[in-house]
Structure formats: structure tokens, C-alpha cells
Design a protein around this ligand. Structure first.
Ligand code: AMP
Length: 273
């Protein structure tokens, strides 16, 4: 495995490669969720590139940019053992200039839900993903459904900008008790971790309600909010696969999304129905 820090150097190296390239962009502190994306990339492509970059432009003032877990040595080992060919590990100065062309998230779908609690977050995400895709020019890029709004916005960017890459959505990997794996789970105390299980409980209840024929979005949301306590609920939203809020659940075309705060940790989860 080659570890490359410079964007231009990576571009040059990848131009010399033959065959398909699978790309997994991450912010590091790799867990089994990331590894599932890497394994899928490995199966379907000749070359696998993983990036680790804690992108400053997607953090808002006062968020956890400095505290975000960084585990360089352990992450390198994980990538090496997973058969990654190139690990891209840039610093912020090599990725950003002082006076840049900017990319904004779409006005509506980039500023609802997580985009409303973190205004501007998705502009930062799309900017860095655009840069990374231009550096790597992968055949396929892998993203988790756990970050469903992010996935939808990246798919939108790729379509809007006519980018030549296949976006591959990957199912959410969970801990044994059901908590969606996330690098930020490391922030949770024992008690917060237990309380966080209310998120998956609420999503399970939502699924059961739908199975029993309850299709009213407001009824389902009310039930879920009751279960989420004592977490601080940022939103429970029910949308169709185009991310338009819906009143009535349509089986096969619905995503139920939750963002809740446990202590000071923001947790996202969702279920596709
Ligand atoms: P992150 O390092 O948190 O920015 O995540 C990098 C990629 O891994 C994103 O596409 C995430 O959606 C995906 N990802 C993170 N956690 C999980 C998980 N538990 N299951 C599947 N994919 C995940």
C-alpha cells in the first residue's frame, strides 16, 4: 500500500494505473462500517483508493473539528490489512487555497434536516467530495446510507455536474445492540451509549407500525419522539427517496430519518422502508 499526501502526486500515480478504481472517502477513525465499504470496493474494482481527511470546511464554528478522533497508525493498519492500494492522506493546506471557486449545496435539500441544524455543512461536504472525486477520478465511489442526506446530495451533485462516476450506496453497519457505527460513538459515555439505543428502538417501532398498516407519517413520528426520550431530538423526518417530506408512508419509497443528541454527541440514523 502506498500512502500519498499530495493531491497532484496521487493524480499522477493513478493516471498510470490500468483498470477500474474503487474509492472510499472517509474522515478516518476507521470502524467496521468503513471496512464494509472498502471490502465492497475491493470486490468490484482493480485498484482501491481510501482517503482520510478531516475536512475543515464541513465543520461549523464551535463544532468538534479539533476533537474529532484521529487514529493515523491504526487506520493505516486497517487499510493495509484490507488490501487498499493507495491511502490518500492530505493536509488542509494541500486541499484548499485562499481564494477559491465555491460550490454550494442545493438551496432546499441542502438546508433541511442536518443542513438546517448545521447550515453550510453540506456545502463543505460537496466541495471536498468534488475535489476528491476530481483527484481520484474513480470508476465507483462508495458512500454509506447512514448519512442518507449526504448520499442523496452527492448523487445530486454527480448528476448536476455530469460527473463520470458511479455512486454505490452501502447499507448501515451496526454494533451488536443496534447502534449505527460512527467514529463519533467514541465520545459517548456508558450511559449515553445506552440511551442512544433509543434511536434504533424508535426506528424498529416505526417499521413495526408500518407493518401493522399505520402509514400516517405524523402518527409514526409522534410514537418515535416518545421513544427517543431522554435524547435531545433534532428532527424525526419522513421523506420519499427524492427527499420530499411525505404525509403517508409509501412502502418501497420511504426513508425515516432521525438526528438526536446524546450528551454533546450528534447521532444520525435512518431506515429505508
Ligand atoms: P465518515 O468517516 O464518517 O465521514 O464516513 C465515511 C463513509 O463511511 C461515509 O460514506 C459514511 O456514510 C460511511 N459510513 C460511516 N459509518 C457507517 C456505517 N455504520 N455503516 C456504513 N457506512 C458508514
Amino acid at each position: 500500500m502506498r500512502v500519498v499526501h499530495s493531491p497532484l502526486a496521487l493524480q499522477k500515480l493513478l493516471k498510470e494505473e490500468q483498470g477500474s478504481i474503487g474509492f472510499v472517502p472517509t474522515m478516518g477513525a476507521l470502524h467496521l462500517g468503513h471496512r464494509t465499504l472498502i471490502d465492497a470496493a475491493k470486490k468490484a474494482n482493480d485498484i482501491v483508493v481510501v482517503s482520510i481527511f478531516v475536512n475543515p470546511t464541513q465543520f461549523l464554528e464551535g463544532e468538534d473539528l479539533d476533537a474529532y478522533p484521529r487514529k493515523e497508525e491504526a487506520d493505516k493498519k486497517v487499510c493495509e490489512l484490507s488490501g487498499v492500494d493507495y491511502l490518500f492522506y492530505p493536509d488542509a493546506a494541500s486541499m484548499y487555497g485562499n481564494d477559491e471557486v465555491s460550490l454550494n449545496a442545493p438551496n432546499v435539500r441542502g438546508y433541511i434536516m442536518e443542513g438546517s441544524s448545521r447550515p453550510g455543512h453540506f456545502s463543505g461536504v460537496l466541495t471536498v467530495v468534488n475535489k476528491l472525486l476530481n483527484i481520484v477520478t474513480p470508476t465507483r465511489a462508495y458512500f454509506g446510507k447512514k448519512d442518507a442526506q449526504q448520499l442523496m446530495l452527492i448523487e445530486t451533485m454527480v448528476a448536476n455536474l455530469f460527473m463520470n462516476v458511479e455512486i454505490v450506496p452501502m447499507d448501515t453497519v451496526r454494533e451488536k445492540e443496534g447502534l449505527a457505527m460512527s467514529s463519533r460513538n467514541a465520545y459517548l459515555s456508558e450511559q449515553e451509549r445506552t440511551e442512544s439505543l433509543n434511536i434504533i428502538k424508535s426506528l424498529h417501532i416505526a417499521t413495526q407500525l408500518v407493518m401493522k398498516g399505520e402509514l400516517s407519517a405524523s402518527q409514526i413520528k409522534d410514537e418515535m419522539i416518545g421513544i427517543l426520550e431522554p435524547l435531545e431530538v433534532e428532527y424525526v423526518t419522513i421523506v420519499n427517496r427524492s427527499f420530499e417530506p411525505i404525509e403517508v408512508v409509501e412502502i418501497g419509497n420511504t426513508i425515516i430519518l432521525v438526528e438526536a443528541i446524546s450528551g454533546t454527541t450528534r447521532l444520525l440514523d435512518n431506515i429505508w422502508i
